[in-house]
Design a protein around this ligand. Structure first.
Ligand SMILES: *[C@@H]1O[C@H](CO)[C@@H](O)[C@H](O)[C@H]1NC(C)=O
Length: 311
């Protein structure tokens, strides 16, 4: 039995179901799609600025060290991105204090950046801590663990300061913590794929998808740059083309299907076309876009595994 769910003009989800819970799954996917659309409709120019490779790596390592669910790391990244853009915008658009600025506006900005630089490690940590409290099946970082961990990486922070930092982030985000994160998209799409195509061993794909998503997150700049150049057929895309491309780099539905397609290619190449077709059928994203994403990501994986081999 097949059921087609219309959720927004031009896009429908096709979920075949054998179990009651699939209705729930379909509803969940529709909601994810809506969140993705809403996000893409309200992107700021700074989207993705705080998804720098070193920052992502730092957060991934921290989640590993603290034995948190990988979802927590992805969620923390999203919180950090949103908070920092909001925080910096607020700070830089606040009228400069009397006397501090008029003759030297530059030093006022520098003072802001210096202050943020000092607080930044704690801000990152607080985002991870907040994210850990939102995850159902993750350990929650309590304030003892937090103080010990920060001390072990060279930051001596008291419990009241930790609390203050969490509150600052909560307020900055206007208490809106339920933001889309890419791993949720991958997991939900895999779930639907498994229901629609029982012959596809999604359990086997699951672990590899995690690794592929991590790879794409770390190599984000380079992968999307190649995709942009392919899409525009231009070696040096214009500023405007780059700005417009954020609707692609921030599209988690595309990222989700792309990651699954890459993992399928690696693990079950014979099933690849079938999976791409089904993913396209589920999300309405063209097979061509999914293939391009697979192709570019695989090239990066191959390139990076060669370049890390000692000569
Ligand atoms: C630290 O955590 C304990 C237990 O969760 C709580 O009772 C206490 O208020 C916390 N202290 C601060 C300063 O946040």
């Amino acid at each position: 039995m097949a059921k087609t769910l219309f959720c927004s003009p031009g896009q429908s989800f096709n979920v075949k179901f054998q179990e009651v819970s699939v209705d729930l799954l379909a509803a969940f996917l529709i909601n994810l799609n809506k969140m993705n659309k809403d996000k893409l409709n309200s992107l700021s120019k700074c989207s993705g600025n705080f998804k720098d490779k070193r920052l992502m790596e730092y957060i991934f390592l921290m989640t590993k060290e603290l034995r948190l669910d990988p979802l927590t790391g992805y969620h923390a990244t999203e919180l950090l991105q949103r908070f920092m853009v909001k925080h910096l915008t607020d700070l830089l658009t606040t009228p400069t204090p009397q006397g501090a600025a008029s003759d030297q506006p530059r030093s006022y900005e520098d003072a802001i950046f210096d202050k943020i630089k000092e607080k930044f490690p704690l801000i990152i940590f607080s985002c991870v801590q907040l994210a850990s409290k939102l995850s159902l099946h993750s350990r929650i970082i309590n304030n003892n663990t937090a103080v010990h961990f920060l001390q072990s990486v060279g930051h001596s922070v008291s419990k009241p300061i930790l609390l203050e930092s969490e509150l600052m982030i909560l307020k900055g985000l206007e208490f809106r913590l339920n933001v889309p994160n890419p791993l949720t998209y991958v997991e939900s799409l895999l779930e639907v794929l498994g229901h629609n195509e029982p012959s596809i061993p999604v359990e086997h794909l699951y672990d590899l998808c995690h690794q592929v998503l991590q790879f794409v997150s770390l190599q984000r700049t380079s992968i999307y740059d190649t995709l942009l150049k392919a899409a525009t057929q231009c070696g040096s895309p214009s500023r405007e083309q780059r700005d417009n491309f954020v609707t692609v780099t921030e599209d988690y539905m595309l990222l989700g299907v792309g990651v699954i397609a890459v993992a399928t290619f690696i693990l079950h190449v014979k099933k690849w076309e079938q999976v791409v077709g089904e993913l396209s059928h589920i999300t309405g994203i063209s097979s061509r876009s999914i293939s391009d994403f697979t192709h570019v990501t695989l090239m990066h994986i191959v390139k990076s595994s060669f370049s890390s081999t000692p000569a």
